[in-house]
Design a protein around this ligand. Structure first.
Ligand code: HEM
Length: 188
């Protein structure tokens, strides 16, 4: 079993759990206002985390690390819904103890792009988010999504020998769990 099989296997339940929370919320959305609020909460969570990840992981680990950013698109979608937006800065990012831990966080962030196509379809049925241009975060890398995921996995396997597997899995598990708590606590 390689490092990626292992992280997938050991975070399977964490994924199922956060997916359930997010799907329940997505299904309950009945206005663009509510969707905007969800995006703002995701921005509050991901922005500080993304900033830290970009500092913690350099191109010797992930050659295209600077392309693996998603919060600009979140901001774009929020602005497509309403122009004025004051970011909530109450979320304390996870404390990154090592590069392996940071790679675990990045695994969760990059993996979350894979459910995006399903989510955009769900959102379009309910709210036609694409028609107002508020779909770009969940659409992530769009038609390049699979390619970006494959190249992320290739990069991880290339540096497998330098990664502390337990630390990486801890980073991923703590990210899943922090996101789930954040979504639950900030739901109005
Ligand atoms: C509505 C919510 C979600 C749906 C429908 C969904 C769906 C999916 C799907 C279809 C895959 C690909 C499975 C495969 O090809 O093997 C996937 C993988 C993944 N998702 Fe989600 N997902 C959701 C939410 C999330 C969230 C919120 C996160 C993280 C914050 C996340 C993290 C991941 C990760 C890390 C993987 C990669 C698993 C692996 O192959 O190692 N997902 N998801």
């Amino acid at each position: 079993m390689n490092l990626l099989d292992s992280i997938k296997e050991r975070t399977k339940e964490d994924h199922q759990s956060v997916e359930k929370v997010l799907i329940t919320e997505l299904k309950s959305l009945s206005s663009m206002e509510q969707y905007g609020h969800l995006l703002e909460r995701l921005y509050a969570f991901y922005k500080p985390l993304e900033d830290e990840i970009q500092l913690a992981i350099d191109t010797t680990f992930i050659s295209d690390i600077s392309a693996r950013k998603h919060t600009e698109r979140l901001l774009q979608d929020i602005h497509a819904i309403h122009a004025s937006f004051k970011p909530d800065t109450t979320f304390n990012p996870l404390s990154i103890s090592s590069t392996s831990y940071a790679l675990g966080i990045l695994y969760v962030i990059e993996g979350s792009t894979l459910g995006g196509q399903i989510i955009v379809k769900m959102l379009d049925k309910q709210l036609s988010v694409t028609s107002v241009g508020a779909h770009t975060y969940f659409d992530s890398y769009s038609e390049e999504t699979q390619k970006m995921w494959t190249s992320f996995k290739d990069s991880m396997l290339k540096i497998e020998a330098t990664i502390n597997e337990e630390e990486m899995i801890r980073g991923a598990k703590e990210t899943f769990s922090a996101l789930q708590s954040h979504l639950t606590q900030t739901k109005s």
